[in-house]
Design a binder for this molecule. Structure first.
Ligand SMILES: NC(=O)c1ccc[n+]([C@@H]2O[C@H](COP(=O)([O-])OP(=O)(O)OC[C@H]3O[C@@H](n4cnc5c(N)ncnc54)[C@H](OP(=O)(O)O)[C@@H]3O)[C@@H](O)[C@H]2O)c1
Length: 348
C-alpha cells in the first residue's frame, strides 16, 4: 500500500517509527505492507515512487531539516502543488497530519478532496476539515469509491468513533455527553484540587506543556466542539458543522463555581453534548466518581441508548504515539475493506 504523509511533526514522526517497528507484524497479521512514497512538511516535499526509508526521513527531521532538503528526491517550496505531488508519487492513500486550523481549514479540505478525486483513500487526524466540511468530504469519498478514515480525530488512540458506531447497531443513541479535551480537564481539576484561580491553573498547564502557548482553541471550547461535531456526524448521522454548535468555554470560570460543585459532590467538566436540543459545548457538573469524572488528559464518552441505557468509554485522549496508532488502525481498516471488496488497487 503506497502512502503519502502530509505533516511530519509529533504525530507524523511517531507514525514513521511505528511503520518501521510494526512492518513485520502488519505483514504477518494483515498482509499489509505500507510503502512510504512521499512526505511533505511546511517547507517542502520528498517523493520517491520506489519508496523512502522511514528512518532516513526521521533522522533528517530530528536534525531540524525540512524533508525538502533531503538528498536526491527532496524539493523545497511547492506547497501549492499537492495534487501534482500525490499524482507523481503514485500514492494510493494520503495521510493528513498537518496542524488543525479551525479558522482556515480550506487548504486541508482541498488536499483531501483532490486526493480522493485522484482515487486515493485518505486517513485524516486533522480535525479542521472534518469539523467544517464532513458531510461534503464523506460525499466526495463515496462518489469516488474511496475510503475516508479519521479515527484519530476523537479520542486519539481510544477508538471512540468505532465504538459509538457499533453501539448504534440494533439500538439508538438518544444522547451523548463527553469530556474530550485534556487541557481544560487539567485546568478544572487543578482549580478544584489546589483552590487555584483559572489564570494560575492555566499558567501551570502552559508551564507543564499541557496547554499550547495560545490555548484559546482549548479553553474557548472549539477543540471540544470540533470533536463533538465529528462524533455527531459519524455515530449519530447528523449533518452538522461547527457553526451549528452552541459553545461556551471555561475562560475565566470562577473558583467559587467549582467549590460549590464540590459541596454537591460534583466535579465541573467541559462537556460536549448531543441531544434533542442540538449540539453544544459548555462547563457542566458531573457526579464525583461517575464515568465522566476523569482526570488530566483522559477522555470519557457516555452514550444513552434507547434500550441498553447508559454505556461509557474511558481512555487516553491525546499523544503522538496514540494518535499514530489510530492511523495504523485506519490503514489496516482500509486495506481490509479494499482487499475484501475489491475497491481500489491498494498494491503492496
Ligand atoms: N498530538 C496529538 O496528541 C494529537 C491528537 C489527535 C489529533 N492530532 C492532530 O494531528 C495533527 C498533527 O499534530 P502534531 O502534534 O503532529 O502537530 P505538529 O507537531 O505541529 O506537526 C505538524 C506538521 O505539519 C507540517 N505542516 C504544516 N503546514 C503544512 C503544509 N501546508 N503542508 C505540509 N505539511 C505541513 C509541519 O511542518 P514543519 O515540520 O515544517 O513545521 C509539521 O511537520 C494536528 O491536526 C492535530 O490536531 C494531534
Amino acid at each position: 500500500m503506497r502512502v503519502f504523509l502530509f505533516g511530519v511533526g509529533v504525530v507524523g514522526r511517531h507514525l514513521l517509527r511505528l511503520m518501521a517497528e510494526e512492518r513485520r507484524a502488519l505483514s504477518d497479521r494483515h498482509g499489509l505492507v505500507p510503502r512510504l512514497v512521499g512526505v511533505a512538511d511546511s517547507r517542502g516535499r520528498c517523493i520517491c515512487p520506489d519508496g523512502l526509508d522511514e528512518q532516513a526521513v526521521l533522522q533528517h527531521k530530528e536534525q531540524g531539516g525540512s524533508v525538502g532538503t533531503m538528498a536526491r528526491w527532496g524539493t523545497l517550496g511547492g506547497t501549492g502543488e499537492d495534487v501534482e505531488s500525490i499524482r507523481s508519487s503514485g500514492a494510493e492513500v494520503i495521510i493528513e497530519t498537518t496542524p488543525t486550523n479551525l479558522r482556515e481549514p480550506i487548504r486541508a479540505i482541498e488536499r483531501l478532496r483532490a486526493a480522493m478525486a485522484l482515487g486515493c483513500h485518505a486517513v485524516c487526524v486533522n480535525k479542521a476539515p472534518l469539523a467544517t466540511a464532513m458531510p461534503a468530504l464523506v460525499e466526495v469519498a463515496s462518489y469516488n469509491r474511496v475510503h475516508l478514515r479519521y479515527s484519530g480525530t476523537v479520542g486519539a488512540g481510544t477508538p471512540v468513533l468505532a465504538w459509538a458506531e457499533r453501539c448504534t447497531l440494533g439500538d439508538r443513541i438518544l444522547s451523548t455527553r463527553a469530556v474530550l479535551n485534556g487541557t481544560t480537564n487539567f485546568i478544572l481539576t487543578r482549580m478544584a484540587d489546589h483552590a487555584e484561580t483559572f489564570e494560575a491553573a492555566l499558567a501551570e498547564a502552559v508551564r507543564l506543556g499541557y496547554a499550547e502557548t495560545d490555548p484559546s482553541n482549548d479553553i474557548d471550547g472549539l477543540d471540544t466542539a470540533a470533536k463533538i461535531v465529528i462524533l455527531a456526524n459519524h455515530a449519530m448521522r447528523l449533518r452538522v458543522g461547527l457553526p451549528q454548535v452552541r459553545i461556551t468555554g471555561i475562560r475565566g470560570i470562577p473558583l467559587d463555581h467549582l467549590r460549590q460543585a464540590r459541596e454537591r459532590r460534583c466535579s465541573v467538566k467541559l462537556i460536549g453534548q448531543i441531544d434533542a436540543e442540538g449540539v453544544r459545548v459548555g462547563p457542566a457538573e458531573v457526579p464525583v466518581g461517575s464515568p465522566l469524572d476523569v482526570p488530566g488528559s483522559m477522555n470519557a464518552v457516555t452514550l444513552t441508548l434507547e434500550r441498553t441505557g447508559e454505556v461509557s468509554l474511558v481512555g487516553r485522549g491525546a499523544g503522538g504515539r496514540e494518535t499514530a496508532t489510530a492511523i495504523i488502525r485506519d490503514l489496516v481498516d482500509i486495506w481490509q475493506c479494499t482487499t475484501r471488496a475489491g475497491i481500489g488497487s491498494a498494491r503492496a
